[in-house]
Design a protein. Structure first.
Length: 297
């Protein structure tokens, strides 16, 4: 790329000296192409993590606040599914608990695609919404929170041992559409790892056995991610430097009233185009966060 740039500079000087518009126009096209390629290469350099090439799970949990937070969690789910579609990622909703009046209490989504975890991982954290509530008859401003956790789908060759004595398996009836199957069959499965209190649930398949297999995979992925987090925490303590993406931190604010602004608190990047962001245009936030993380290593 450096050689291409030097060639463009040399030809550009020739075109200027000879007042040759045809040469200048060709060089302009070459520079635009070179610029696009450099951006692609720069983005590719951001994915150097051990599991960046893996598929992943996205988990959203509504914070305290009832209907408001449940609706916000549903808005986040829609944002991420739109983002997946724009990136041509495949997604599958593994488990979803709906709110009593509106929205969702929690949801787990499997995302499949090139560098799915690498692209998604910086979304882990607490997301904050400020708006005039559509559920408040007095049209008051409300602040809602929802947490997002991204963890990689680990490869089969990674040895994560789970003792049968450490897990509790519960079955329950699947919620949502499903007709007689939903009403009569306890096919949904929740597996809880008692020592860590981590849990995984799946109701996306009619087979209880298959849901159990899916839960175990998700639970292994969570335990692996927890181990990676603990190692990072130890490293941060050793370096006397807290991680800037510590899990659970408030990472982004979405303000819809009294003005429109989405701001990432880790990087300072903001945009007034809240509609575009909520429609899945979040690549700029992700790339900026990945770049900052890389440069602070």
């Amino acid at each position: 790329m450096e050689n291409e740039l030097n060639t463009c500079i040399e030809l550009l000087q020739i075109g200027i000296d000879e007042h040759n518009e045809e040469v200048l126009n060709e060089i302009a096209k070459d520079i635009i192409t070179l610029d696009k390629n450099s951006v692609k290469q720069e983005i590719n350099c951001l994915f150097i993590g051990k599991n960046d090439d893996n598929n992943c799970f996205l988990e959203i949990n509504a914070g305290a606040g009832g209907t408001e937070s449940n609706d916000w969690a549903a808005m986040l789910l829609r944002m991420y599914l739109r983002w997946c579609e724009k990136k041509h990622f495949q997604y599958e909703i593994m488990d979803q608990v709906t709110g009593e009046e509106a929205g969702i209490k929690s949801v787990t989504v499997k995302i499949t695609g090139e560098k799915a975890y690498g692209w998604s991982k910086m979304e882990t954290g607490v997301h904050r919404l400020v708006r005039i509530s559509p559920f408040d008859a007095n049209s008051k401003r409300h602040t809602s929170f929802a947490s997002v956790w991204i963890y990689p789908l680990i490869e089969e060759n990674i040895d994560i041992k789970i003792s049968p004595d450490d897990i509790r398996i519960d079955t329950y009836r699947a919620s949502g559409a499903g007709g007689q199957h939903v009403n009569k069959t306890e096919s949904a499965v929740r597996i809880t790892h008692v020592p860590t209190n981590l849990s995984a649930q799946s109701q996306s398949d009619r087979s209880q056995h298959k849901n159990k297999e899916r839960c175990l995979k998700m639970l292994k992925a969570k335990l692996y991610a927890l181990e990676m987090k603990n190692k990072q925490t130890e490293k941060d303590i050793a370096n006397s430097n807290k991680s800037d993406i510590a899990w659970g931190n408030h990472i982004r604010s979405y303000v819809l009233h009294p003005y429109h602004m989405v701001k990432d608190l880790r990087t300072g990047l903001d945009t007034p185009n809240t509609a575009a962001v909520l429609n899945g245009e979040i690549d700029n936030f992700i790339i900026t966060a990945l770049s900052k993380k890389l440069h602070h290593k």
